[in-house]
Design a protein around this ligand. Structure first.
Ligand SMILES: NC(=O)c1ccc[n+]([C@@H]2O[C@H](COP(=O)([O-])OP(=O)(O)OC[C@H]3O[C@@H](n4cnc5c(N)ncnc54)[C@H](O)[C@@H]3O)[C@@H](O)[C@H]2O)c1
Length: 355
């Protein structure tokens, strides 16, 4: 293994709220790989909960959230994967002191994120957010190189995505006033924060597309401002409907002593995906620059979902004080998203002022 992931000593039982796409395609397959113990599931649509339970051998299916809450008083993790608009009402129904993993985004807006933070503090919950790209195997491998100081001080991160995303797969997005940054680039913003800390400011322009006029903006250019010496850019176009050959998605990380390029395949030819690749170069005065490839076991979907759950479990069992992906940390990702939208609305410097 060319990366490490801290795992909990105990596998506390998991109780799932929401039996939709992401639970079936990512959470449960990841938990199976990790050997986590899923004990119960609830969805407002009982049939969906029942089908998911059957497919993944989950012993308890609940008709009401209240039944799940009162079913087991022992230590456990609630795993919430419903549209962000539902998060506050669900948190309100969970017991004080509960351990909870929330699907991203943290609410539907920065306002809701702040409300979630206050609620979690008031109820003294142990709560993490599922910004799981931080724990994708290729990111853990990159962190391994960074932490060993092999690529030196980071000075440039670029995420570039040029794909075709069938947004109509997610019903709730059509009604959403914010789509691309709130539901997609938020992963890259969170990753960059995770690697570089909070930026000084955000610049952005996010744009709709004529082929999807019913949707809010689906393409974004985002600059995370880390001052004069470090550059962090996110460029996404989800409307490249010109076949597979020129679709691309990469994360490039440059440092003073080396660089990493991760071509991630999850979004290519969506939902089929393509293979990932991990390449890196370490500068050495005495040798010619040579890029190397590294085989990484696992990918963003589903493997990264092990990491976000592991953090909440580690905090629940007392091995760490607070998950790395805690609401206290992730509120800053939500703030960056809000700032990006505000920057986009505000616009650039008008040429009319240049007379
Ligand atoms: N982390 C990621 O990479 C990632 C990827 C996809 C989706 N998501 C997030 O996961 C969440 C769910 O997305 P999805 O793709 O599974 O959507 P989905 O529409 O497929 O599933 C949502 C499920 O939640 C259920 N539901 C809605 N309100 C509920 C409530 N109050 N109580 C219980 N169940 C309720 C619905 O019946 C449905 O089964 C969204 O917040 C989305 O942003 C995260």
């Amino acid at each position: 293994m060319n990366y490490s992931l801290q795992m909990p000593i105990k596998h506390l039982p998991i109780y799932i709220i929401g039996a939709g796409g992401i639970i079936n395609t990512a959470h449960l397959p990841a938990y199976k790989i990790a050997g986590f113990d899923v004990q119960g599931i609830y969805d407002i649509d009982f049939t969906k909960a029942e089908t998911t339970a059957k497919n993944f051998n989950i012993p308890n299916v609940f008709k009401k959230l209240d039944e799940m809450v009162h079913y087991d008083a022992g230590k456990r993790i609630f795993d919430i994967a419903v549209p962000g608009s539902q998060t506050i009402s669900i948190l309100n129904q969970l017991p004080d002191g509960a351990s909870v993993l929330l699907q991203k985004p943290m609410g539907e807006s920065f306002e809701q994120a702040r409300e979630i933070l206050q609620l979690v503090r008031k109820k003294k919950m142990n709560a993490g957010v599922n910004f799981q790209l931080r724990y994708a195997p290729y990111i853990l491998a990159a962190k391994e190189l960074i932490n060993k100081n092999l690529i030196g001080e980071l000075n440039d991160i670029e995420v570039n995505v040029n794909v075709y995303t069938p947004w109509d797969l997610w019903d709730f997005l059509v009604k959403s006033s914010r789509v691309e940054i709130m539901y997609h680039s938020i992963h890259y913003i969170d990753l960059i924060r995770n690697l570089l800390g909070n930026p000084l400011s955000m610049y952005a322009k996010t744009t709709k597309h004529t082929s999807m006029p019913e949707l809010a903006s689906v393409r974004s250019n985002i600059i995370m401002d880390y001052g004069d010496l470090t550059r962090a850019n996110i460029l996404t176009n989800h409307c490249h409907n010109y076949g597979i050959p020129k679709q691309q998605s990469y994360i490039k990380i440059e440092g003073s002593k080396g660089a990493i390029i991760i071509n991630f395949g999850a979004l290519i030819n969506y939902p089929r995906g393509a293979a990932d690749s991990f390449e890196y170069v370490l500068l050495n005065e005495n040798e010619e620059t040579e890029w190397k490839s590294m085989n990484i076991e696992g990918s963003w979907f589903p493997h990264a979902f092990i990491g976000s759950m592991a953090q909440v479990m580690l905090a629940a069992e007392g091995t760490i004080d607070r998950p790395d992906n805690s609401v206290e940390d992730c509120i800053h990702t939500m703030a960056c998203v809000e700032a990006a939208y505000q920057s986009s609305e505000k616009g650039g410097i008008s040429l009319q002022t240049m007379n």
